[in-house]
Ligand binder design. Structure first.
Ligand code: GTP
Length: 302
């Protein structure tokens, strides 16, 4: 089955995400690909969606930030998009106040683990805002740092507002925080899809591995497992596994569970339907082969 590519556009309020999206959509139209866009705004009315042409499938997620309040809605809408539109590519423009790990988390539903390929997180940075970030609240400073730290491609925008020396300093600082991401200095988010796809081609060379700074992994259980052993497995996990979610079955019950794990806390909820027992992981610097082996050993019946 064809997988839809997903690009997450991240970056602080006003840093140039919509400007970037418009550019990419023009390129996609020229390339003749089927495109869908999901965007969300903090307010009740979306302004940016006016910028998108009618021929692009658009889902708006109003009334909250993807990562906190409307995760379920996002899941339903994404499923609808995949079914109705069968897009080649989906762009998700996040609100400027979203944390990239949480956004990735929101779209990595075990329900369509087999239908999406996450190509990367693209973060736009407003150069002047970056220089003045120390005047923001500690939480916002932290958010801007996290958006840079987890990006796969960083666009340092609004170069026209900066002196040459400032441009060099910002690039140096940002590369220090995230040496793995490609950095580009631009005006008005001048980036072409070719540059981003070039980035994704390098992911694909490494077979199944998606070379994000944050990596994801999906495991499908074939049988019910032992809960005690599963919890031992959880306790031994590296703390750079930020999130796990999915469906599993324990050997004492016929009913499956929806499992959620974040910041070391497991949570189980009884699930009525029998869904594929996919477990989705998000982490950083994880050897997924090890994890896969450990999960497979949970399925061995002694
Ligand atoms: N001077 C200058 N202005 C820019 C540049 N890029 C974008 N802008 C302007 O900055 C403003 C914000 O750009 P957007 O693309 O809407 O930013 P955004 O990140 O989508 O903003 P939010 O939706 O509020 O998060 C707009 O008025 C843009 O025209 C640039 O390189 N230089």
């Amino acid at each position: 089955m064809k997988k839809a590519e997903v690009y997450i556009l991240s970056g602080f309020l006003g840093s140039g995400k919509t400007t970037l999206l418009k550019r990419l959509l023009e390129d996609e139209r020229d390339a003749g690909r089927r495109v869908a866009v999901m965007m969300n705004e903090l307010g009740k009315v979306s302004i940016d969606s006016d910028a998108i042409n009618d021929d692009v499938a658009l889902k708006e997620l109003l009334g909250g930030c993807i990562c906190c309040s409307i995760q379920d809605k996002l899941e339903a809408q994404l499923q609808g998009l995949l079914q109705d539109e069968q897009p080649d590519v989906i762009y998700i423009e996040t609100t400027g106040a979203a944390h990239p790990v949480e956004v990735l988390d929101a779209i990595l539903s075990p329900l369509f683990a087999d239908e999406l390929i996450i190509k990367g997180i693209i973060t736009t940075v407003d150069g002047t805002r970056w220089n003045g970030r120390k005047s923001l609240s500690p939480q916002l400073q932290q958010l801007i740092l996290e958006q840079v730290r987890h990006a796969d491609f960083i666009i340092i925008n609004k170069m026209d507002d900066l002196k040459e020396m400032e441009q060099a300093n910002i690039t140096f600082e940002i590369q220090g925080i995230n040496p793995k991401a490609r950095c580009l200095l631009t005006n008005f988010s001048q980036v072409s899809i070719a540059q981003l796809r070039h980035l994704s081609v390098s992911f694909e060379k490494e077979s199944q591995k998606i070379d994000l700074n944050l990596t994801t992994f999906v495991y499908q259980f074939k049988i019910a497992i032992n809960q005690t052993k599963f919890e031992e497995f959880l306790r031994e996990l590296p703390d750079t596994i930020y999130r796990i979610k999915g469906y599993l079955k324990f050997d004492y019950s016929k009913q499956p569970f929806l499992f959620q794990f974040s910041y070391g806390m497991p949570l189980y909820m009884k699930e009525e339907m029998n869904l594929p027992l996919n477990l989705v992981f998000i982490g950083e610097n994880i050897n997924w082969n090890d994890i896969q082996e450990q999960l497979a050993s949970l399925e061995k019946i002694n």
